[in-house]
Write a protein that binds this ligand. Structure first.
Ligand SMILES: [Zn+2]
Ligand SMILES: [Zn+2]
Length: 752
């Protein structure tokens, strides 16, 4: 561990601090030299320990901001906020709240508005501190984010106990939204920010705004937020128990003043880590290393991640609580303010982009109002709660159909290899609980008021997608499966293909982070994303066509397979089976390449040739023979032995493995101008085409029908062996009053 950088004039305060932080196990914190100078200055102001004072006395004690001012004067610099940040103008205003008028300070950056808006809440444990104490953090944020920042002086305890401050925060937020124009701000781009107790208020206000659905915040900056108060023995409470300028005793003292009953601490406005965080805008958490609240930030980060919220957290080393407002003298504070500003600028820019997407000319209606408003449907499903757990009964709610959506009673759902990858988080992107299933066939039971394509009683299918941006070039060209919108397409389960955390500006244009798929009794889907099941196609056979079928049909069609063409298919599992049947029905001469001798007879029964992949002589004899090859092998494999089998200019397309592959020998590719390609599922139109094509040619997958109780066995079988048949769940087997649905893993969960 590096030694702390200790100046010659080390005060007892700094020594205490260092002893404290070094005293616990191996967690030794090295204090930043600039930070140390502020702490020394603060010690010289001879404040008394707040926890021994009344609230009124405590408010008169020297603050870290006073120490910064003293330090600036000692350095011969101006301590005036305007002199330090000449680009930002400030003006005090009044905000009406229930039973009070709140003071507020409005910071406006240089330039022409309208600017994005930030509603900012200061720290001080809900008991001490005010607009002046926290002027520097709010002012700095205005410059760094290029935003109008409104710092709110909410009412403090003990005069105004919990939850007055939270109500004031919401009132202030609403006032800013209502007066955006007068503030030279843009009501469509409002973020929340705060430090310490104010960091808590920022997150709690974002939750309140989400709950109401109107004027939702686009981002939250939580600087060392208080995320919970039930556990004051976290790692950081322990290793920074006596740190300055904030310690465990002070926080205990704040809470004594704040809460009326111990039950208040369990209120999710205070206990953020147990609040419903789903659907919050991107949250940026900034922590200081030497701070009892550091672990609160970590817990909040975890809770947000588990709720599918885009969250970024940075811990600044060697600095303490309150450092964020010390940019004038602590370079790490400058860094942190700049970082917060960049986060906001990125998200504000994304909000502009999202508005453009949502207000642009739309070929098809989307996100139309719900009818009936707010109604929920109870749904039975099977979910994985973790990557290591089996699928278990799971009760949840779906929003009732919006105007352009339909309600489907699920009859059958295929078990796709993707479901297994996703359950086990093999692509590293699974959001739990995970209700898989994207080969869904069901009957329409209800339709929204604007639905034109479907009627109750219709048999419909839903594949991998339930929405797309509808604006990008691929979407407009009918290639929804290659949507280039900010979140790409919305998957039937697991949410957008590009989640908010990876989207430009952290946006989520679908307003939902997790979607629950077809291993469930009821699905609600936008009508354009439901396909017609032809009357002469058995519904249980139609299910796998919605993914396995279209995944193989789309490339066969795209590369123009026609009668008489020679088509080679690698892998003879579920995808290979469908590919062979479709290519044969298209009139092609089909050769299957398999690793299993037993499957040669199966191929012959289909009317296809079959070759063992290990049979070098047979491969040699097929050189230059194929017009198109399709690899359906579901994991990383070597296609090099097959490239020589293609004719000049022809293509081998990989659809099974969505992962890095064994390297390709480009000599074999280049010499005869061959192509190595990939393809992902298919468009809505292709999905309808393949359903119709299968009905017309009387083809379909080989399936085994299972009850939902057998799902975990079916998953194991699919992993253990390359099964050619597809398991299809007969969803009638999911029982409304299944006593298993009350096992500990079952829960009520709202999808949006
Ligand atoms: Zn699939
Ligand atoms: Zn798109």
């Amino acid at each position: 561990m590096p030694e702390p950088k200790i100046g010659a004039n080390m005060t007892s305060l700094v020594r205490d601090l260092i002893n404290t932080v070094r005293g616990v196990g191996d967690t030794s914190h090295s204090v930043d030299a600039h930070m140390q100078a502020v702490l020394e200055q603060l010690a010289e102001l001879h404040g008394q320990a707040v926890e021994n004072l009344t609230a009124a006395q405590a408010r008169l004690q020297p603050s870290p901001a006073d120490a910064v001012s003293a330090l600036l004067r000692a350095q011969g610099r101006s301590a005036s906020p305007e002199a330090l940040l000449p680009g930002v103008k400030s003006e005090d205003r009044s905000i009406p709240a229930a039973g009070a008028t709140l003071r507020a300070r409005v910071y406006t950056p240089a330039g022409h508005g309208p600017f994005p808006l930030v509603v900012y809440f200061h720290g001080g444990g809900w008991v001490i501190a005010d607009l002046d104490t926290y002027d520097a953090g709010a002012r700095g944020l205005s410059e760094a984010a290029g935003a109008v920042v409104v710092s709110v002086d909410y009412r403090r305890a003990p005069e105004h106990a919990f939850p007055t401050a939270w109500n004031d925060a919401i009132a202030a937020y609403d006032w800013v939204a209502a007066n955006a124009g007068a503030l030279n701000g843009d009501a469509g781009r409002i973020a929340l920010a705060g430090e310490s107790a104010g960091g808590n208020l920022a997150v709690a206000t974002a939750i309140a705004a989400r709950n109401r659905g109107a004027n939702k915040a686009v981002a939250v900056i939580a600087v060392y937020p208080i995320a919970q108060t039930g556990n004051m023995a976290t790692q950081s409470y322990d290793d920074s128990a006596s740190a300055k300028p904030l310690n465990r005793a002070m926080i205990g003292w704040f809470l004594d003043k704040l809460v009326t009953t111990p039950l208040d601490k369990a209120d999710t406005r205070l206990d953020l880590i147990n609040a419903d965080l789903v659907g919050l805008p991107p949250v940026t958490i900034i922590n200081a290393e030497i701070d009892p609240l550091r672990s609160d930030g970590e817990m909040l980060e975890t809770a947000l991640k588990e709720a599918g919220v885009a969250v970024t957290r940075k811990v600044y080393m060697g600095v303490t609580h309150e450092f964020f407002g010390m940019a004038a003298v602590v370079p790490k504070a400058q860094e942190a303010v700049r970082f917060a500003g960049e986060q906001l600028q990125r998200i504000f820019a994304g909000a502009v982009q999202r508005d453009a997407v949502q207000s642009g000319a739309q070929p098809r209606a989307r996100l139309s109002p719900k009818d009936p408003a707010g109604a929920k449907l109870k749904v039975l499903g099977y979910a994985a709660k973790h990557s290591f757990s089996d699928l278990k009964p799971f009760e949840f709610e779906r929003d009732a159909a919006r105007a352009d959506e339909i309600v489907i009673d699920v009859l059958f759902c295929g078990v796709c290899h993707s479901d297994i990858h996703q359950i086990k988080n093999e692509w590293g992107n699974t959001i739990y609980p995970c209700v898989p299933g994207h080969e869904v066939v069901g009957r329409v039971t209800d339709v929204g008021s604007a639905v034109t394509r479907h009627a109750p009683g219709d048999l419909v299918g839903v594949g991998c997608m339930i929405d797309s941006c509808r604006q990008c070039e691929p979407c407009l060209a009918g290639d929804e499966n290659y949507c280039e919108g900010p979140n790409s397409w919305l998957a039937t389960y697991n949410g957008p293909m590009i989640p908010a955390a990876k989207a430009p500006g952290g946006i989520n244009m679908y307003d939902r982070d997790n979607s629950f798929g077809g291993y469930s009794s009821v699905l609600v889907v936008q009508e354009d994303f439901a396909l017609k099941i032809p009357g002469n196609l058995r519904p249980e056979l139609a299910a796998p066509i919605l993914c396995a079928g279209v995944t193989t049909y789309s490339p066969l069609k795209h590369w123009g397979v026609k009668p008489g063409d020679h088509v080679g298919i690698l892998g003879f599992g579920g995808l290979g089976d469908m590919a062979a049947k479709l290519a044969l029905a298209m009139g092609a001469v089909v050769t299957l390449f398999t690793t299993s001798k037993e499957k040669i007879a199966d191929a012959a029964r289909l009317g296809a040739n079959a070759v063992l992949e290990t049979d070098r002589e047979a491969l040699q004899a097929l050189r230059g023979k194929f017009d198109f090859m399709l690899s359906t092998v579901p994991q990383k494999h070597d296609i090099n032995p097959f490239i020589p089998l293609l004719k000049r200019d022809k293509t081998i397309c990989i659809v099974g493995a969505l992962e890095p592959m064994v390297g390709v020998n480009n000599q074999a590719v280049a010499f005869h101008r061959k192509n190595v390609a990939g393809s992902l599922i298919g468009s809505l139109q292709e999905t309808q085409e393949v359903l119709d094509f299968c009905a017309q040619h009387d083809i379909g997958p080989d399936i085994e029908l299972i009850d939902i109780e057998q799902i975990n066995e079916a998953v194991k079988r699919a992993i253990d062996a390359e099964v050619r048949f597809r398991s299809v769940i007969n969803m009638a087997s999911i029982k409304p009053n299944d006593p298993a649905a009350t096992v500990e893993d079952a829960a009520i969960f709202v999808t949006e």
